[in-house]
Design a protein around this ligand. Structure first.
Ligand code: UDP
Length: 375
């Protein structure tokens, strides 16, 4: 029997679940508080220059999962794109992630891979066996001078906290290489949607069983109207912040339009404290197959989110996460609702992981239903 299902949020999580359940015959209402779909993946062409802008910061699709690559490439055309990030620190431009070029340039040497490996091992802090936080992870992995140059100040700007209070897992996202490979990601599949991310989400939501309500926030009082709710908004917002606010970082983008080419690359990170912004993105370089005479850049500033800001990064700490744990306990007590996505699970998720989790959640829901169980 078809069920009435509500989904809060029209980002990848909500849209994938809506699509899967609509295809299974259920009736879906998607509530999206913003004026547009696609959440923070939202992209749209700039009116003046027609450049595709990543309105909420750079999004590069990458995954190591063949089934997720198949899934997204069926939603729309993907163009080849490899993210090659540059880093400015101490007055020079380096290659990121830290690779043999970065190491040789930074230490003014000509080392082979084996020599560099031994050299970095000699720099590493050997007193740290199990890194307890971001700082220790960096000191153990690359040593103090590379940590100071590339990670310490960027991380303070990005997270607004001392790196010794942040989890080691944040740094584990980044590769360290002893060759000249400057691809920012290790994943075998990488690309950029030719018509932007919004078009992919539009395709997911384009189904007769799906009704999308923009400018409409879902709230707990509406839950009783539905057989099940999938909530991809902030976990603490669902509970009306009754235990206090979970910390999020938000981003401010200062947009500038220039003639020609501004920086010659899609993303340049500013790793020391000489600039208050963390990075500059030049959006036409995310679509190198297009030609534009003008260029649009975003200078990106990170700060603590207040009530009225768009939440971007959940701030999980290396020590006390008791407030989060109390919200998770509250969530477990709720029936007929599943918390999903970056904001619903309060996790730092890449797009491919978000989509994979949403597909798994949909499958589990449909299996439970078929077996007469609840999720
Ligand atoms: N990071 C850094 N310097 C850099 C790039 C990254 O210190 O030039 C740190 C920073 O703490 C960041 C984390 O590494 O949050 C993970 O980087 P990633 O590029 O994955 O962050 P994203 O931009 O995807 O949030």
């Amino acid at each position: 029997m078809p069920l009435n299902i509500a989904i809060a949020g029209a980002g990848f999580s909500g849209a994938v679940i809506a699509n899967e359940l609509a295809q299974a015959g259920h009736t879906i209402t998607v509530y999206e508080p913003r004026t547009h779909i696609a959440g923070n993946c939202y992209s749209a062409r700039d009116e003046a220059t027609q450049i595709m802008l990543h309105h909420f910061g750079p999004h590069i699709f990458h995954t190591d999962k063949a089934h997720i690559w198949d899934y997204v490439t069926q939603l729309g055309e993907f163009k080849p794109f490899v993210n090659r990030v540059k880093a400015v620190t101490q007055g020079q431009v380096y290659s990121l992630p830290i690779n043999l070029h970065t190491i040789n340039q930074f230490f003014n040497k000509q080392m082979s891979p084996d020599e560099a490996k031994a050299f970095i091992a000699s720099q590493a802090d050997k007193g740290i066996s199990e890194p307890q936080n971001f700082e220790q992870q960096a000191q153990k992995m690359i040593g103090e001078s590379l940590y100071q140059a590339f990670f310490k100040h960027y991380t303070i700007k990005q997270w607004g906290r001392s790196p010794d209070s942040l989890p080691a897992s944040i740094l584990k996202r980044l590769p360290l290489r002893f060759n000249y490979d400057d691809n920012y990601f290790n994943h075998p599949y990488q690309g950029m949607p030719a018509d932007g991310y919004t078009a992919l989400v539009e395709k997911l939501l384009d189904h007769p069983n799906i009704n999308v309500q923009l400018n409409s926030a879902f709230n707990a009082a509406m839950k009783s109207q539905y057989a099940h709710v999938f909530f991809s908004g902030p976990l603490d917002a669902y509970f009306d912040y009754q235990l206090g606010r979970l910390p999020y970082r938000t981003l401010d983008f200062v947009k500038e339009t220039h003639d020609g080419d501004y920086q010659g690359n899609a993303v340049i990170n500013y790793c020391d404290s000489s600039q208050a912004y963390t990075r500059i993105s030049e959006h036409k370089h995310f679509a190198p197959w297009e030609e534009h005479n003008k260029t649009v850049i975003f200078k990106e500033y990170s700060r603590e989110a207040t009530e009225d800001d768009t939440p971007y990064y959940p701030v999980r700490l290396s020590g006390d996460n008791s407030l989060l744990e109390r919200y998770i306990d509250l969530a477990k007590q709720e029936k007929d609702i599943t918390f999903v996505g970056r904001l619903g699970t309060y996790c730092y998720l890449d797009m491919d992981v978000t989509i994979d989790q949403a597909l798994n959640t949909s499958k589990l829901f449909l299996t439970c239903l078929a077996n007469g169980q609840t999720m």
